[in-house]
Design a protein around this ligand. Sequence first.
Ligand SMILES: [Zn+2]
Length: 286
Amino acid sequence: MKKWVFWLVILALLGYEAMHQKPERVNENQGIEKFEIRESIPTKSEQTLKIMKDQIYQGNLVLVNKDYPIHQAGILTDVVNLFQHKELVDGYVLLDNTVRLSRSIVKSFTTMVKAADKEGIHHFMINSGYRDNSEQSKLYKDMGPDYALPAGNSEHNLGISLDIGSTQSEMSQAPEGTWLKKNAATYGFILRYPKDKTAITGIQYEPWHFRYVGLPHSLIMQQKNLTLEQYLEFLKQQKTLTTTIQGVNYEISYHPISKDTTIQVPSNRKFLLSGNNMDGIIVTVF
Ligand SMILES: [Zn+2]
């Protein structure tokens, strides 16, 4: 065979290989991949929400402790005297006629005690709810810094926290205390000052003090054994977090806020905003 014929045959074979195999297969795959990606991206419709700086001071997740005082904007606006609203006192009793609490928190509390009742636990009593500054000052003077916080630094000043008792015995011994410790998180409440977290909260173990934070936050905090201080720090580090609880998909995101601004939220889902009382807001989409 002549040399040029030999090389012609080689070139022809290489050309055939190049044209008929690899390029076609690659193109085919790329086409499929592009198609699949396009199919899997959900249509996202968003809306722009105006956020005022003051919003960092209000909501179910505001942190109130010795370092972060309450702001006027954070006090719940639906606080009522429960003794004067007997229709709200259902499934529990009041220590006295001064007990005040946010109406919406009472609603969640009632749902919780009714669930406990079904399990045979039904001797609940509210000992204290909302306290104004002069009541808190007196308590701080009487109880001291290990058991109370100065006026303006207590969650009781918001109307979001309550001291729950049992008509039978002390909460550390009572079935009501044991039940709440295990189940309160399912109803949006947290045991705010646990025994093993006194170094973080700065407050002694209080088996009676519960605070509302809402779902899914209460359950995440319980699962991860985090106080509110630790949970807010965790959210700040995570920035976004998704979880499914009781069949509901939640998307939680932290947004630092230093001035009036805007954020994007989905326009086709419900959402709830809360400040952290420090430096940002948390958006809970569900
Ligand atoms: Zn308390």
